[in-house]
Write a protein that binds this ligand. Structure first.
Ligand SMILES: Cc1ncc(COP(=O)(O)O)c(C=O)c1O
Length: 490
């Protein structure tokens, strides 16, 4: 167990311990029925007083995360009778120090095995992705480059891949030489490399709230102090951002400005330029994560923030999983100068370089003369699916609030006040249906009132069934809790 206490946090030590356990419990790293370390063990290990740990456990209990059994200890609350109480075989492992405070990405993907209707993962179903084209190009690449199967890539990436990315980015108003591009194993690794290179315990990281859950996992694991900034209809709230910058010394802003995961919002052109001014004034880095900008439904989105960057404050991250192939696990980091040198060093420490063959495949896909037609087709299919999802939500529930997005594949839905996302998820699982509870997208805990639906993660013909079923459950729960509130049992 390893808790980086935040020196400048407004949270007390017991709040921070409580937050740490809430993160781990809600991302299923500590499971229902598991026993927490004793008060004495934990206070010794963390170097805090017994009272601090007691207060933290009490808070956890009040928030409904744990229950305490006289003489036995404190256990993660279980809806069923805790199974593990008497099974102490591996409980000692809880005390082995580790550095992973939460893993929402895992908790999203793991329970999906028995799920028929997956509205949870922000991916695109194979019936919508251009799989035949990807397969054809892959076969050609394997034929052409089979000799590379016996070779490593260089740490910064294959030169053909970097040239293909450089040419591709021109369509986004980015004129980047191949030497400024670093191949990474998926955008997720890109975020991790930046965090690993520049962020350490207690560094201040600014993030949109809500934001992409996988990025929170990374910055929390670095021991960063995360300050959430609200997201408005036209992207991050720059007034709040300015106030925070006046008060703290942020080191990095992580932002997903185009068809943001989860809200689908897009940062306006004005705010993109404003962000550059703010980053220059307060000298922090911006990590611009851009996996979705190809997937627009009407007009193309504004160019990346990086295209306005004259002073090297922006590290641009291009993911290829959302419109090409997630299986290739390839993305690209774009930056220059000392930042790039340090990132290449970190990359070589991480994995010596991304897989050569899949870099070649992504390069071939990006260079293909069919790319534009394929992307247009993909956008059309996604737009249809997004419209269908919005229509179904309108038809089947007047209780929900949501704003249709102009691109991407997620829709952010506000539930009626009396329906909690976690309880809804439990009921949804019994119908083999899943979605992402909104609290996974906030670095700190918030009312459990939002859910993220990924409308392209399942084939079009199953979307109707999935949304109808979800709306039915919401109605049933809302009625049930409405009655409980109106006729409380004394
Ligand atoms: C905003 C954002 N960044 C990064 C990722 C991870 O992408 P990749 O598959 O390229 O690692 C995702 C995946 O959902 C995402 O939505």
């Amino acid at each position: 167990m390893n808790i980086h206490f935040k020196r400048y946090s407004h949270l007390t030590l017991h709040d921070q311990i409580c937050q740490y356990f809430m993160d781990r419990i809600s991302s299923n790293m500590i499971k229902e029925g598991e026993k927490l370390p004793s008060v004495r063990q934990l206070s010794k290990e963390l170097g805090v007083s017994l009272v601090t740990v007691q207060k933290a456990y009490q808070q956890l209990q009040e928030k409904g995360y744990v229950e305490s059994f006289q003489g036995k200890g404190v256990f993660v609350k279980s809806l069923k009778q805790p199974k593990n109480i008497y099974n102490t075989d591996t409980n000692w492992q809880m005390l082995i120090p580790d550095y992973v405070p939460r893993a929402q990405s895992l908790s999203i993907s793991q329970p999906l095995r028995n799920i028929r209707y997956n509205l949870a993962t922000a991916c695109i179903d194979e019936s919508i992705l251009p799989i035949d084209w990807i397969k054809k190009v892959t076969m050609q690449v394997i034929e052409q480059y089979s000799y590379l199967l016996g070779q490593y890539s260089s740490a910064n990436g294959d030169s053909e891949f970097r040239t293909a990315v450089s040419n591709y980015l021109v369509s986004k108003n980015l004129h980047i030489p191949p030497e400024h591009i670093l191949a990474v194993s998926g955008a997720q690794q890109g975020i991790e490399l930046v965090a690993k290179t520049f962020i350490g315990p207690n560094d201040i990281v600014l993030m949109e709230a809500p934001t992409y859950p996988g990025s929170i996992d990374i910055f929390k694991a670095r021991g960063a102090q995360i300050i959430p900034i609200p997201v408005e209809q036209d992207g991050i709230d720059t007034k709040v951002l300015l106030k925070i910058c006046d008060q703290y010394h942020p080191k990095l802003l992580y932002i997903n400005p185009t068809f943001q995961n989860p809200t689908g919002t897009t940062l306006s052109m004005k705010k993109r330029k404003e962000l550059i001014d703010i980053a220059e004034s307060y000298h922090f880095l911006i990590l611009e994560d851009d996996p979705w900008s190809e997937l627009y439904f009407q007009e193309p989105p504004p160019p990346p923030i990086k295209s306005f960057d004259q002073s090297g404050h922006v590290i641009y991250l291009k993911g290829f999983s959302k419109f090409l192939s997630p299986a290739c696990r390839i993305g690209a980091l774009v930056t220059e100068g000392r930042l790039l040198e340090k990132l290449i060093a970190a990359k070589s420490i991480s994995d010596l370089g991304s897989p050569l063959l899949t870099q070649k495949i992504i390069a071939a896909l990006l260079q293909s003369t069919e790319l534009n037609t394929i992307l247009q087709h993909l956008r059309n299919n996604l737009r249809k699916q997004a419209n269908q999802c919005v229509q179904l939500l309108h038809q089947n529930s007047s209780l929900l609030m949501f704003r249709p997005s102009n691109g991407g594949n997620t829709i952010w839905v506000e539930l009626p006040k009396n329906v909690h996302a976690d309880i809804l998820l439990e009921h949804a699982h019994t119908k083999q249906l899943s979605f992402l509870p909104g609290n996974a997208c906030f670095p700190t805990h918030v009312p459990n009132q939002y859910i993220r639906l990924s409308f392209a993660a399942l084939p079009a013909d199953e979307l109707e069934q999935a949304i109808k079923s979800l709306c039915d459950i919401i109605h049933t729960l809302s009625q049930k809790y409405d009655e409980i509130e109106r006729y409380p049992s004394f």
